[in-house]
Design a protein around this ligand. Sequence first.
Ligand code: GLN
Length: 563
Amino acid sequence: MNFYFCNTIICFTFVSRYNQSDFIMNTKYVFVSGGVSSSLGKGIISASLAKLLQARGLRVTIQKFDPYINIDPGTLNPYEHGECYVTEDGAETDLDLGHYERFLGVYTSKANNVTTGKIYRTVIDKEREGAYLGKTVQIIPHITDEIKRRMLLLGKTGRYDVVITELGGTVGDIESLPFIEAVRQLQWELPEEDCITVHLTLVPYLSAAKELKTKPTQHSVRMLQQYGVQPDIIVCRTEHPINLDIKRKVALFCNVRPEAVIESMDASSIYEVPINMHKERLDEIVLRKFNIKNDVEPNLVTWKDFLVKLKNPKHEVDIALVGKYVELQDAYKSILESFIHAGAANECKVYVHSIQSENITDDNVTDYLKNMDGILVAPGFGERGLEGKIKAIHYAREHNVPFFGICLGMQMAVIEFARNVLGMKDAMSTEVLPNTKTPIIDLMEDQKALTVKGGTMRLGAYSCRIAEGTLAYKIYGTTDIMERHRHRYEFNNKYLGVVTDAGMVASGKNPESGLVEIMELPSHPFFIGVQFHPEYKSTVEKPQPIFVAFVKAASIYKDAKKK
Ligand code: GLN
């Protein structure tokens, strides 16, 4: 039950169309692999297919299998692998899970992201326990058995009609071979109409020859076939339309039917892709192969409404995103997507200007920020770029520019306030200055004894009680919310008295521990910092309220500036 967002009712209406009808079907499995190049958008194709099937009344989830050996991406620098996404149940996962949730509006969980590290850990732990006594433990069958077990796990819960599995990496990588082998075995073990493989490739356009080239796709599919996997559907990522001749050619060389060769043209927004895939009949082909009779047109009313608003903004705002990983788009993926959702909700185009916080100084802060209608200070870890973040917050506070601080951004907002309003010049977080005399931000009590780094932060959903009459209350319209977390440090409640006496308000707290979740400044038109990560819960059909309010505040600020 708690796997659904507030649109539970919609989800359950959909559910009833299938499971309470006159037949019960097996869970169906779709495996999505990629070839030719990385970054072709397997996550978006998987999420788009899932959206279309969901919009036809099926219960769908998507899982990602990543070939790297880290247990999870929680210990990876965002420069390595983009943002670390956090699920409701506190898993640190690949950022593609963010796309799955943003498209489907259905929570993912720990089980939705599996890495080679997790697979090997399970097998090695079992070996030590003696589960394989007398046997040589090998990739086939022990590793592949564990991969298959996990591939089928969510399907066995009975909660889903279709489980889509995205295989990370590119076909031909050594490290993803066991995953492909597991899919090969499952193709034979599952009933034929319960298992489909989709292969995403690139069809490049050679401008000198003025031609689209199918050879890389042919090679990629051939490699997949060598591993024993015959794709049922080939999705061709392309910058130019693929005509029927090219589809026939791909079909001929790759052993699929021409209608199972799907064109995936570059789109102006990832949220167009479900519509494009429906035009290409991807959902219809999948349903036919699954032998599912489904004549309903996908219900995409809210989705299309969102797209109309997205493409026809009535206003625009400029927002500064102050962070230290700004060179890599993917590092703040969920924040950028939340702005797209919130922008559409406000019929407002949001221009996000990434600012490297390391470069901000007293001399240039005005140049960086004077044309901005809102300032967001991003989450982060460690010392680099911290002082620049504090300077940006100082500017926002003094110039009445709408401000939104997330996690580290909230922590630095309190430090800026302590330093510049309360005169506590050495106010700092013990994350960077363990011996500071003014530890406004301090390590959480239950973190102090921890020595292990992986998966040990305060992770996932915790409740927050909001005080009535505050900005946070106005935004959420309720006193009790749940948001997701990923941090080790917190506001030090020893300073709550002095900070609130000076005009800052702790408008949200964890009801059990008293941990400060939201800080705001009532004397400022819009100044809010949150210890949690609201960006993880924003979806197309349910934009996150703080982002919506922040964009609105930026728009009001801009209008007032003009006047
Ligand atoms: N580094 C800070 C902490 O651990 C903030 C974390 C974050 O921004 N996600 O508390």
